[in-house]
Design a protein around this ligand. Structure first.
Ligand SMILES: [Zn+2]
Length: 673
């Protein structure tokens, strides 16, 4: 004998064991679902686990073979739903005793049904008496149903069995064409659930929902629908193929996931905008559809490999844009009436003050989505139409790459590796915001990181945590700036210092001082090209003799979009683009590539990015040029004449290699000319 199953009542608490007898006489209907585990779906056919109607809830839980049986509903003869505890005669002693008499009764009912089905099929001329006898012989003792047996024997088409089942139960049968093109969407019904049970809503009339099912004998399913939707359920029969088609048409068709969430929100009485008080904002922010909507916006951004999400309010619309590979793309946006809810949700996630809507705020979100840890820096600024939000997705996998994978030309890489292993001096990486400077510095630190070196950084913010490196985040509010941080870390006896950015003379002077006292300093500057770093430092007020004695090299860089590998194709570049790149005419004949656009790259022709670089090592000649206060033009001329590969030259080499396009190289280097 099997171990007695545990039976759990509706409250989800106090699992009880016992015998069902006390309620045997009551005209009750019990809906039962058997679960192998909490998450699993009911897997026991209604006619095996439950006696519906007539004689009371004689439940042979042992028949279910399930670990746990959950009482889903108990109702009286009028169909009124009673909770487990106020059913007359109900004790917590729902039980597992089998009554042989009842078991016999059930099988009699089953046989009567089978005969009826057979009769219908016979009358419709769809089977013969002989076939029917064989099928009945086959199902004897097997637990198979007559209809299943006939289909398995190839004697009757499954649709004909379904029609007969419908006729037997006096239910309408719907053909494929009679099912709706788009099924009604109910917010408590997921497409997964509908697919699993091959059931779909057909129409709604007041509080009555008509559903099509391929198994009208599955009363558990119908009970489950009635309870979870709190609606009356009318049943029609349809073939499972047609039902699945209708589900797919609806859920993978015109409506996007965002539209489906938003539709659900209309039904639930959507929050408007205006002067909601804070507790109302908070309530809205915790509503399930709002949570799902914001998660979806973040998930989609991750899926598109976006670096930023921009949520901007305008007079009549909310705009959502993703920055993907450095370029902004418009995205599907929720309607403006959800602005207050969405904004509040994001602010709560970022631990901001939701009552404050007139001042800019900064925050940070740490979430786990699909087992991926995501750090998001959030900033809000008030605009005339409400708060504009930018979310920066800090993805560890894109911010950190080893030096070898950054796409340096071999010679540049060898030079750079020499520079980052010097005992002291300053190495600068230059370029506009978003040109990958931080990624390069992290890769450099990682390359030289070893137990015999002490490395300290001051960063704004710390975007990636390097093992064994002391990283200090800038906190301007409390006076911890690049300059103050740097002043203090020099006393911490580091070998290598990385300072996020040199923005002012104070920071520049401390960096120079640090390198003069035997430290190697890495930092960044905003200049267009590598030689331009020298006049920039002098403009800040740095003494040329100091700059010339400590500066060891300047690396300028940009990120270009990589051609999508799935749709790369040769094409003819615009001659004007080639001229703009300053190419010698002989090179124009070479095959160039672009991406035609495909699903992989969302039609953009690009996927991912790579760096283009220009490294300017500071030779003795350059030091004397610095002392002479040479102009940036002079410095640049000297650099190119002495073999410096420029950003455009490196970009052109990567375009010829089919990695990026000429247009991309021009786009990211145009400010130079
Ligand atoms: Zn593509």
């Amino acid at each position: 004998m099997r171990e007695r199953p545990r039976i759990q009542d509706d409250s989800g608490e106090s699992p009880a064991l016992g015998v069902l007898d006390p309620v045997d006489q009551l005209p009750l209907r019990v809906g039962l679902a058997a679960f192998d585990s909490e998450a699993a779906a009911p897997r026991v056919p209604a006619d095996r686990a439950v006696d519906f109607g007539q004689r009371g809830p004689a439940v042979d839980a042992r028949l279910t073979g399930a670990e746990k049986v959950q009482i889903r509903s108990v109702e009286d003869e009028n169909g009124a739903c009673l909770s487990g505890h106020n059913v007359p005669g109900y004790t917590t002693a729902f039980g597992a005793a089998t009554k042989p008499a009842r078991a016999a009764g059930r099988s009699e009912i089953g046989r009567a049904h089978a005969r009826l089905l057979g009769q219908i099929l016979l009358e419709a001329g769809q089977t013969t008496l002989e076939t029917l006898e064989r099928a009945l012989g086959r199902i004897r003792g097997s637990g198979e149903r007559l209809g299943e047996a006939l289909v398995a024997m190839g004697a009757v088409a499954s649709e004909d069995v379904l029609r007969a089942l419908a006729a037997q139960a006096n239910l309408p049968f719907l053909t494929r064409d009679e099912l709706p093109t788009s099924i009604p969407i109910l917010k408590n019904l997921s497409p997964q659930y509908l697919r699993q049970y091959r059931v779909c809503p057909v129409s709604i009339d007041g509080n009555t929902l008509t559903v099509a099912t391929a198994d009208p004998t599955n009363l558990l399913l119908l009970d489950d629908l009635r309870l979870s939707l709190a609606m009356q359920i009318k049943v029609a029969v349809a073939a499972p193929e047609g039902i699945l088609e209708a589900i797919e048409r609806t859920y993978t068709g015109a409506a996007t996931p965002l539209q489906r969430i938003v539709e659900g929100m209309e039904d639930s009485g959507a929050p408007g905008e205006g002067d909601e008080d804070v507790s109302h904002l908070r309530d809205m922010a915790f509503e399930a559809p709002v949570v799902r909507l914001v998660n979806l916006i973040i998930e989609n951004a991750l899926g598109a490999e976006a670096s930023d999400i921009h949520l901007e309010p305008f007079e009549d619309a909310l705009r959502v844009r993703y920055r993907i590979d450095g370029v902004l793309y418009d995205q599907e946006a929720p309607p403006r009436r959800l602005q207050a809810a969405v904004t509040s949700r994001i602010k709560i996630m970022a631990e901001m003050n939701i009552a404050e809507r007139r001042l800019p705020q900064d925050g940070r979100i740490r979430v786990v989505l699909h087992s991926r840890r995501v750090d998001i820096r959030v900033s809000t600024v008030p605009t005339v139409y409400g708060e504009s939000i930018v979310m920066r997705l800090l993805d560890r996998s894109t911010i950190f790459l080893p030096l070898e994978r950054l796409g340096f030309p071999p010679e540049t890489q060898a030079r750079l590796e020499r520079l980052i292993t010097l005992p002291h001096g300053i190495l600068l990486v230059t370029g506009p915001t978003g040109s990958g400077k931080t990624t390069t510095l992290y890769a450099a630190l990682d390359k030289i990181n070893a137990p015999d070196k002490k490395i300290i950084t001051v960063e704004d913010p710390v975007e990636y945590q390097l093992k064994g490196v002391n990283q200090i985040p800038v906190k301007a509010k409390i006076g911890l700036t690049f300059a103050t941080g740097l002043r203090h870390i020099v006393r911490q006896d580091p070998d290598v210092i990385m300072i996020g950015e040199i923005r002012d003379l104070e920071t520049a002077e401390i960096a120079i001082q640090a390198s003069l006292t035997g430290h190697l300093v890495f930092s960044t500057l905003h200049t267009n090209d590598a030689p331009g770093a020298i006049p920039r430092l002098q403009d800040m007020g740095c003494e040329p003799y100091l700059v010339s004695s400590v500066l060891e090299g300047v690396l300028a860089q940009r990120l270009v979009r990589r051609i999508c590998a799935s749709c790369r194709a040769p094409y003819e570049a615009e001659p004007s683009d080639l001229v703009a790149l300053g190419l010698p005419p002989g090179e124009w004949r070479q095959a160039l590539f672009h991406g035609r656009g495909c699903a992989e790259c969302r039609g953009t022709g690009y996927r991912g990015r790579l760096g283009i670089y220009e490294l300017f090592p500071i030779s003795e000649d350059v030091r004397s040029l610095i002392l002479r206060k040479a102009s940036s033009g002079e410095l640049r001329r000297y650099a190119t004449e002495n073999g410096m590969v420029t950003l455009r030259e490196d970009g052109w080499a990567k375009a010829r290699a089919g990695l990026t396009t000429v247009a991309e190289v021009l786009r990211v280097t145009q400010e130079e000319s």
